[in-house]
Design a binder for this molecule. Structure first.
Ligand code: PGA
Length: 253
């Protein structure tokens, strides 16, 4: 199955506006001419308006790191999916483990965000993945299954086709410990099996499943060459133009 790979950058709460501008300029300057993958950039929300102007006429797509499911209202400090969509944001991360752990986001709340992102014509990048304790007890599959069931499996077939899944084992995020290509492939195959069980093979075959967690320029190629790994969601290594460009190269084959 030939799925278009994605190289997605998650800047998290990093970089000044000037540093972000420069990084985008350097990425645009270095992007391969024969781009066959999608390149998605999720900066801090406050930089999005300016970044969207910078990305005009390029192949790079702007993304939000989070959103609120309500359209508007008394939610101090929040930004709605509708607001992001109206300014031209195309993708929105949802269910990142940092949101789940540090901000107590539940599968139910994440489900509401997934719905809001789709209703506003954006593409959800749905993050899932287990903690080290769960993996040590060999409970990672049950945990990820529940994340998918409770936040995604209410979707209709034509909706799930728009979703991008990102498997990000928590023990690999920002730790320098990357899942081995075999560990990543094993979980990605499990996720695809779950999708097949719920939506059938044809639909499941179209859904991109990204890996995230300490992707670097030197491990991206081997990870992305696994049959069910359709690119990556990159944190730390996306803050540097040359390392992110080599990850784009790895996704571009
Ligand atoms: P990392 O982060 O690449 O720094 O491990 C990935 C992520 O959290 O999306």
């Amino acid at each position: 199955m030939n799925r278009k790979k994605i190289a997605a950058a998650n800047w998290k709460m990093n970089l000044s506006q000037d540093e972000g501008d420069q990084l985008i300029q350097d990425i645009i300057a270095g992007i391969p001419g024969n781009l066959a993958c999608e390149v998605v950039i999720a900066p801090p929300a406050i930089y999005l308006t300016q970044m969207i102007k910078q990305l005009e006429g390029t192949d790079l797509q702007p993304a939000a790191q989070n959103c609120h499911p309500e359209v508007s209202g008394a939610f101090t400090g929040e930004i709605s999916a509708a607001m992001f969509s109206r300014i031209g944001v195309k993708y929105c991360l949802v269910g990142h483990s940092e949101r789940r752990q540090l901000f107590d986001e539940s599968n139910q709340f994440i489900r509401e965000k997934v719905d809001a992102i789709l209703e506003n014509q954006m593409i959800p990048v749905f993050c899932c993945g287990e903690s080290l304790a769960l993996r040590q007890r060999n409970e990672q599959n049950d945990f990820v299954r529940l994340q998918l069931e409770e936040s995604l499996f209410h979707l209709e077939e034509e909706q799930i086709r728009k979703v991008v899944v990102a498997y990000e084992p928590i023990w690999a995020i920002g730790t320098g410990v990357t899942a081995s290509p075999e560990q990543a492939q094993e979980m990605h195959a499990f996720i695809r099996l779950m999708l097949t069980g719920r939506y059938g093979q044809t639909t499941s075959d179209t859904i991109r499943i990204l890996y995230g967690g300490s992707i670097k320029s030197d491990n991206a190629s081997i990870l992305f060459s696994q049959p069910d790994v359709d690119g990556g969601l990159v944190g730390g290594a996306s803050l540097n133009a040359s390392s992110f460009l080599s990850i784009i190269e790895a996704a571009n084959t």
